[in-house]
Design a protein around this ligand. Structure first.
Ligand SMILES: Cc1cc2nc3c(=O)[nH]c(=O)nc-3n(C[C@H](O)[C@H](O)[C@H](O)COP(=O)(O)OP(=O)(O)OC[C@H]3O[C@@H](n4cnc5c(N)ncnc54)[C@H](O)[C@@H]3O)c2cc1C
Length: 440
């Protein structure tokens, strides 16, 4: 008997629409591969990394083709929490210790540049994606304030960075209408937005620049022939000089053992019915996005039509949980018990790629003719756009910022295909226990 494992991107087939799919304009671009194709550069994966790489290469004289297994934005890019954060997933203390002060500074500035890059794209292409300023980190424990104050001090002293606002216990309770939090750190130059609208905006910009986009066109194999790379898509073949693989948590075995360097983890979001702007202000005074200080974070914000979008923690199985709504609702009601009678209109999940050190994974294969970028570890809204740009700049030989990331040593998760999932699951349970203990 053969057991055929579903590809990760297939888990989104036949699912109910997310709030983002409901709120974004319909994607009218339905082209699918129906013939063999020749192109200079083929991008595999139509999320923000792939679109950004294509957009940045579109004016370079190369012909650029994107192939997407489902629809553009049907991966994490069109289903995430919408928090556009600066920096990397890990703080500067960690980066300095691990990579030294000089490299830590480079990562910090690339993180700032990443947010600016998204803002520039939104402005240049006039993308209406409901962008709002402010991301607030909230302290779940009484001691978190010490970390916030230490971070403010460090960032002022060594990075000349001042765009923080500290909130003590009284202030955080005025800001967020919940008993859960004891302190807060507002990052004033972070933002929140509707990520699917942003992704469609990038898709339209690519189409305008002549990038060819094919949906429902999954790459099943990438073969290095001596003078060209051949990509199999259904019964067709794409011949290309260079290929950029941007499949992130949905990569599976397309690049062989590359997938053993990150954990594909599922995370879920629910959207309430619209609560109105007055009530929204009562719950989150300044309409900022919020994320908490635990390992398995809660993150939430209001949508453009004032629904509370609440994201919950990762699950331990490879498949999506059957009842994401129940799973996340429990967490939402711990933060806002007063929402007990509110209707939940949407629940959905997505897969992200988490690396052990939480740094993005960039690399090349096939004699530098294949590039990949993934593993943003839940901090990829800005960094995926940047990842695509850095790949393009590497191909165009503009700078070597790509190499800063590709030179990072990543830990390979042991155990082969059979044991890797139990290892991820154990890691998730371990972090859940740490979160539980920290509140005792
Ligand atoms: C629930 C959730 C919440 C998140 N919240 C935040 C947040 O608030 N802030 C933040 O910074 N980050 C967040 N992230 C992370 C962020 O969304 C990702 O880091 C980012 O979107 C990655 O973009 P990407 O283009 O690399 O990957 P994706 O958007 O996942 O795109 C990969 C694409 O590749 C396609 N694909 C896969 N296999 C193939 C194939 N064989 N052939 C062709 N196409 C293929 C997939 O269908 C998919 O469309 C969140 C992620 C999730 C899942």
């Amino acid at each position: 008997m053969f057991i055929t494992k579903k590809r990760t991107y297939e888990q989104h087939h036949n699912e109910n629409p997310s709030f983002y799919q409901y709120s974004a304009p319909i994607n009218k671009h339905h082209k699918q591969i129906k013939e063999n194709i020749n192109t200079d550069i083929c991008v595999v994966g139509g999320g923000l990394t792939g679109l950004s790489a294509a957009l940045n290469l579109s004016n370079s004289g190369y012909t650029v083709t994107i192939i997407e297994a489902n629809q553009i934005g049907s991966g994490a890019s069109g289903r995430n929490g919408g928090q556009l954060g600066i920096g990397m997933r890990k703080d500067q203390f960690y980066l300095e210790k691990k990579f030294g002060n000089e490299k830590a500074k480079m990562f910090w500035f690339i993180g700032l540049e990443a947010v600016q890059e998204v803002i520039d794209i939104i402005n240049n292409y006039k993308i209406d994606c409901a962008i709002k300023p402010g991301v607030l980190h909230v302290g779940n424990t009484k001691n978190d304030y010490k970390y916030f104050l230490k971070e403010i001090d460090h960032m002022q002293k060594y990075y000349d960075y001042n765009d923080f606002e500290y909130l003590d216990e009284k202030m955080i309770k005025e800001e967020i209408h919940s008993e859960r939090y004891f302190s807060g750190l507002l990052l004033k130059d972070c933002y929140h937005l509707n990520p699917l609208k942003l992704t469609y905006g990038l898709m339209n910009a690519c189409l305008e620049k002549g990038v060819k986009i094919y949906q429902n066109s999954p790459a099943s194999k990438i073969i290095d022939n001596s003078n060209k790379i051949s990509i199999k898509v259904n019964s067709y073949e794409i011949k290309t000089k260079k290929v950029i693989v941007c499949c992130n948590g949905y990569l599976d075995n397309l690049l062989g053992s590359v997938r053993s360097y990150f954990m594909p983890i599922n995370n879920y979001i629910i959207a309430t019915e619209p609560l109105g702007d007055e009530y929204a202000k009562k719950l989150i005074k300044r309409n900022v996005a919020v994320s908490d200080s635990r390992f398995m974070i809660d993150y939430f914000r209001f949508s453009e039509d004032y629904r509370l979008l609440f994201g919950g923690p990762e699950t331990i199985t490879a498949n999506f949980v059957k009842d994401a709504k129940k799973f996340v609702l429990k967490r939402m009601l711990k933060v806002f018990p007063e929402l007990n009678d509110v209707k939940i209109d949407f629940a959905w999940g997505g897969t992200l790629a988490i690396s052990i050190n939480r740094m993005p994974q960039f690399g090349t294969l096939m004699k530098n003719n294949l590039y990949y970028a993934h593993g943003y570890s839940g901090h990829g809204l800005a960094m995926s756009v940047m990842g695509g740009k850095l790949i393009a700049e590497k191909i165009l030989e503009k700078n070597n910022k790509f190499d800063l990331f590709s030179s990072i040593n990543h830990f390979k998760i042991p155990g082969g295909d059979l044991l890797r999932r139990p290892i991820y699951s154990t890691a998730i349970i371990y972090y859940r226990i740490l979160d539980y203990i920290s509140r005792l």
